[in-house]
Unconditional design. Structure first.
Lengths: 393, 627
């Protein structure tokens, strides 16, 4: 039992405590010293401390292992059974089940409550309902199967006295647990399919025209364009993109002359918004989780998403009891170095506020761009004349 | 089907030549054509790659936990990739990319299928080696070359590929868009092409070996579930991997030769590019046509291994053997028509999204059947907790926890808000990451005696299991809630969003849980290496298992069996059969030797046998009456 004495030895414990204390102390001292230095170098002492801790952990495990082995052997010599590892594992399974369920419950209460607030859009409510149904069904199945798994492990742990029950198959029960999941999934599929159809349905509703807003993703910002007084957005062509015409508007199309740019995505509440989504360089993704909106922005493939916000930012601030609350739009498809900071504030306001706001926004066609484009327009006219000449010949 | 399996092994002595030739170190350990050695090569390379990928994950987890803190040590280790002791944001993306690539392809495809298909297919079906040992050797060397090329990208100026393991163009096609799309991406594409070549050579070999080289009596319905799983996995790989090569080759064309397969209407870094008419969605279709079967390529061998290990250690036949096989077949077939569920919101036609949603949720049915069958296998078993058994159980637990969230993500309507968030990260790390790794570890602990002739230490195995099992849950469970709050994956830092401040403590917690799980792997690595040289010597059949590999001698001969290859008379799951002497009956034991435990069911296609059985039963009855 020499090992036991080593373990029990107070000297060793004291030594360990001193080591920890000294280590932490030196680390603290180092930390303060490092704070004073201009550029900290590698704190090798700290690295060494952690390496040492790791080795101590390894050695302790080795010692514990040896002690257990010695104990086990001495028991066997005395004609006793020794350590019943199989039973210990069975008990650990049960402990894990209880601890796991408790931990999962705690996590649901602690972090589950920190998730997104209820949807702030019309279609989002349907998605939330779908989510709730799916959660209830799947959580039930998950909890029941995990409980069965770990209780079976505990209950049917090995015993020399009995044999396992020879049960190669049972067609009835197999049919039951094929058909039940199939039925449940069919329900979920049908529910989900119709929700999806409703969300993605692109048909214009009569008498309820959507507000058209263009959003263009590029590394690493979003550009916005609202339709002007005519309510129509002008055409674009990526070949026309230059510094001053960053979306590449084609002013051959007169609809574009009164288009408006903005820095913040301001939306009127309870109006259908049609977000036309573009990307200039790589794939980005327009993600507005509060509205349950997400759609990739793909270069060369214009996409769109139609939704109706139902709460203004002010209402949402009151609902979430967070005076700093803002809706945000951010990129959710890996797009490069600053992917993690490609965001836009979204503000939902009343219709009156929206009209006031939009009246104050600047035209896309700035005077500088206009002078630049006059040249371009002249060039194009020249081109046309040349073509006509060619035809005449 | 059974006609395929009739071979004459009476002439087994032509193998004599093998016993006389002398192996040099080079032919025995390096350019070996023995399936067992190739399996070990795959395993050790796979474990090495797994350790590298794990270290990468710890690096980016540290960044997520301490976004504002500098670690001078990182600069010492990583140089220009971590200036001032902080990870470079582009290098962060490279870490994420290479971690994903290594884990999915190099560890869980090659490391898992490569190891256990190679080891177990010949041993469990009763063959002396693979159908083509030379192709098998080539398969390993292509794999190793792919590994070396992938890792070499850490030593180039701009660093490894960085557009995520899914390498969606245009990001991966435009070197101007990020550093990780430069030379690193080229190396990634070359490495992956070699990898696919390797995996095809392996796959073709596995399929032909299973179909043509089964021993006498080993019809398809007598194969262990491991073999079924490897067989179907190989078919999946052979049919889907070439599509990835097609996608990759077109990407190489777009990158290097100015074609526009995936590119159109692009203005990058202020420069209008000449590409027109391509579609980035096309790449996604090609990628996920492999990519989705790939996750089943990863999980099916783990399922097969777990089924086998659980049956052996519960001392009970696997419940519903036929249902298990049919569900594997169902998964194999369905996995080809679900790829679109990765693309619900990428701009694919929403109608198509609806169709893919239906097929996706259907695939949950065979998965559910498998889970219930595993539970039924444990029910009223006589369970021995070997480390392998614990890992197999862990696999089932992860498969349940992670599979459940697949029902959310497979639903197009719910995917709108969950796509590319931490919810997805949590889902696939549980269901294909942790579950498949646990399946692999179960296999390592279980067949270690077959590979190295020695046993691994049980206690260290227990320690390894519990730390890893608990650690993995601690890491991935809280991530679900981050995803439900709309926290996106592949973000270098959460600091730019005030709303995400509430997750800082969770990030810290996850990182420390990940470090704990990583440190726990030291227990495994030590155990693995130590046991190879100094482990307790194994007996021939240490787990009292039924399958053929345990009838080979401990010494692991080239050619597997010293004499004739044994014939097979029964299915592999006759555990705890009532009336039998032991609680296991080897597949090589003829029914005529186990009269007391035979059931009428054992003679389904054998009327003569059934007659003999009935006669014997009647004789027994009359005997008893006489007494």
């Amino acid at each position: 039992m020499a090992f036991k004495q080593i373990i029990d030895s107070k000297k060793l414990t004291a030594l360990f405590a001193v080591l920890m204390l000294a280590g932490s102390n030196t680390l603290m001292a180092q930390a303060t010293a490092a704070a004073q230095a201009e550029k900290p170098g590698v704190n090798w002492l700290s690295v060494g401390f952690y390496v040492l801790l790791f080795f101590i952990a390894c050695i302790s495990i080795a010692i514990i292992g040896k002690v257990l082995k010695v104990y086990d052997l001495s028991q066997q010599i005395q004609g006793k059974k020794g350590i019943q590892w199989n039973n210990i594992m069975a008990i650990l399974c049960l402990v894990f089940l209880v601890g796991g369920l408790a931990g999962a419950y705690w996590d649901f209460t602690e972090h589950g409550t920190k998730t997104l607030p209820a949807a702030a859009s019309e279609h989002g409510v349907k998605i939330d309902a779908m989510f709730l149904t799916t959660s209830i069904i799947t959580m039930f199945v998950a909890v029941v199967t995990q409980i069965l798994l770990f209780t079976f492990l505990f209950k049917y742990k090995h015993s020399d006295k009995r044999r396992a029950y020879f049960l190669p198959h049972n067609n009835t029960i197999e049919k039951v647990w094929t058909i039940i999941p199939a039925v449940v999934l069919t329900v979920l599929v049908i529910f989900g399919f119709f929700t999806w159809q409703e969300v993605e349905n692109s048909a214009e509703v009569q008498g309820k025209p959507a507000i058209n807003i263009d959003i263009t993703g590029k590394q690493f910002a979003w550009d916005l364009r609202y339709a002007g007084a005519d309510g129509k957005l002008g055409k674009k062509n990526f070949k026309l993109v230059v510094g001053s015409n960053k979306m590449g508007l084609d002013f051959q199309d007169k609809n574009g002359l009164d288009d408006i740019t903005a820095d913040t995505l301001v939306l009127p509440v309870n109006k259908t918004i049609r977000l036309n989504i573009f990307a200039l360089d790589v794939i980005h993704s327009v993600y507005m989780p509060h509205f349950r909106v997400q759609q990739n922005a793909v270069p060369g493939l214009p996409t769109f998403f139609k939704f109706t916000p139902t709460y203004t930012t002010e209402e949402m601030r009151a609902k979430t009891e967070n005076p700093a609350f803002e809706y945000t739009l951010y990129c959710n498809k890996i797009c490069g170095a600053s992917h993690y900071n490609m965001q836009k504030v979204v503000r939902v306001v009343t219709e009156g506020e929206y009209n006031q706001w939009i009246a104050k926004q600047k035209l896309y066609l700035t005077p500088a761009l206009r002078t630049e484009l006059k040249l371009a327009a002249a060039d194009q006219n020249q081109g046309i004349t040349q073509q006509q000449l060619a035809l005449n010949n | 089907m059974s006609t395929l399996s009739v071979h004459d092994h009476g002439v087994a002595h032509h193998e004599d030549g093998h016993e006389h030739h002398h192996d040099t170190f080079l032919t025995k350990y390096v350019f070996s054509q023995d399936h067992k050695m190739i399996a070990k090569q795959f395993l050790i390379t796979g474990i090495t790659m797994a350790v590298i990928a794990m270290i990468l994950s710890i690096l980016f987890r540290i960044q997520l936990a301490y976004p504002d803190q500098a670690f001078p040590l990182m600069e010492t280790l990583l140089g220009r990739f971590a200036p001032e002791g902080r990870l470079d944001p582009e290098f962060y993306l490279s870490l994420v990319t290479i971690h994903g690539t290594i884990m999915v392809f190099f560890v869980l495809t090659a490391g898992l299928s490569g190891t256990f298909s190679n080891l177990l297919i010949p041993l469990q079906i009763g063959a002396r080696d693979m159908a083509s040992p030379f192709l098998n050797m080539l398969s390993y060397w292509f794999f190793l070359t792919a590994c070396v090329i992938m890792l070499s990208s850490f030593f180039i100026q701009k660093g490894p590929a960085g557009p995520g393991w899914t390498i969606y163009p245009p990001l991966s096609a435009l070197p101007q868009a990020m550093k990780g799309s430069g030379l690193g991406m080229t190396l990634w594409l070359i490495s992956m092409t070699l990898f696919v070549a390797s995996s095809l050579m392996g796959g073709i070999n596995y399929v032909s070996t299973v179909l043509n080289m089964r021993t006498k009596g080993m019809d398809l319905w007598k194969m262990p579930l491991t073999i079924w799983a490897f067989f179907l996995t190989a078919i999946l790989g052979v049919l889907s991997f070439p599509v990835l090569v097609a996608g990759v080759v077109l990407l190489i064309f777009d990158r290097s030769f100015g074609t526009s397969f995936y590119l159109s209407d692009i203005v990058v870094a202020g420069q209008v590019m000449p590409f027109e008419g391509g579609s980035p969605i096309l790449f996604q279709h090609l990628f996920w046509f492999l990519g989705h079967p790939e996750v089943y390529i990863v999980i099916m061998p783990a399922m097969g291994i777990s089924s086998e290990v659980m049956s052996v250690n519960a001392r009970k036949p696997i419940f519903g053997y036929h249902a298990m096989v049919y569900s594997l077949i169902g998964i194999t077939v369905l996995s080809f028509i679900v790829w679109g569920h990765h693309m619900f919101i990428t701009g694919m036609n929403p109608f198509l999204g609806g169709v893919f949603m239906i097929t996706t949720l259907i695939i949950a049915v065979p998965s559910a059947v498998k889970t219930f069958n595993w539970l039924a296998t444990l029910w009223r078993g006589n369970i021995r907790f070997t480390p392998a058994m614990l890992f197999a159980i862990g696999m089932v637990s992860f498969f349940i926890s992670g599979g459940i969230t697949g029902i959310f993500l497979g639903n197009a309507a719910l995917d709108i808000n969950l796509h590319d968030t931490y919810f997805v990260v949590a889902h696939f790390h549980l269901v294909m990451g942790s579950a498949a790794i646990f399946g692999m570890l179960a296999g390592v602990y279980h067949w270690f005696p077959k590979m190295f002739g020695r046993m691994m230490d049980e206690k260290l195995g227990y320690l390894h299991f519990w730390l890893t099992f608990i650690g993995a849950y601690l890491v991935f469970f809280p991530m679900h809630f981050m995803g439900l709050d709309g926290v996106p994956r592949r973000y270098y830092a959460m600091t730019e969003f005030p709303a995400f401040n509430q997750w800082m403590s969770v990030n810290l917690f996850i990182t420390w849980a990940a470090i704990m799980s990583a440190v726990a792997q030291v227990a495994f690595l030590f155990n693995f290496v130590h046991s190879i040289f100094w482990g307790k010597e194994a007996t021939q059949n240490p787990w009292e298992s039924n399958t053929l590999e345990w009838t080979t001698p401990v010494e692991r001969l080239h050619g597997n069996w010293p004499g004739e290859i044994p014939s097979v008379y029964r299915w592999p799951y006759d555990y705890s059969k009532p009336g039998a002497e032991e609680d296991y009956i080897l597949q090589t034991t003829p029914l005529s030797q186990t009269m007391s435990s035979n059931l009428p069911h054992d003679f389904e296609d054998n009327p003569a046998g059934l007659e003999a059985h009935t006669k014997w039963v009647n004789a027994q009855k009359t005997n008893e009456e006489v007494k």
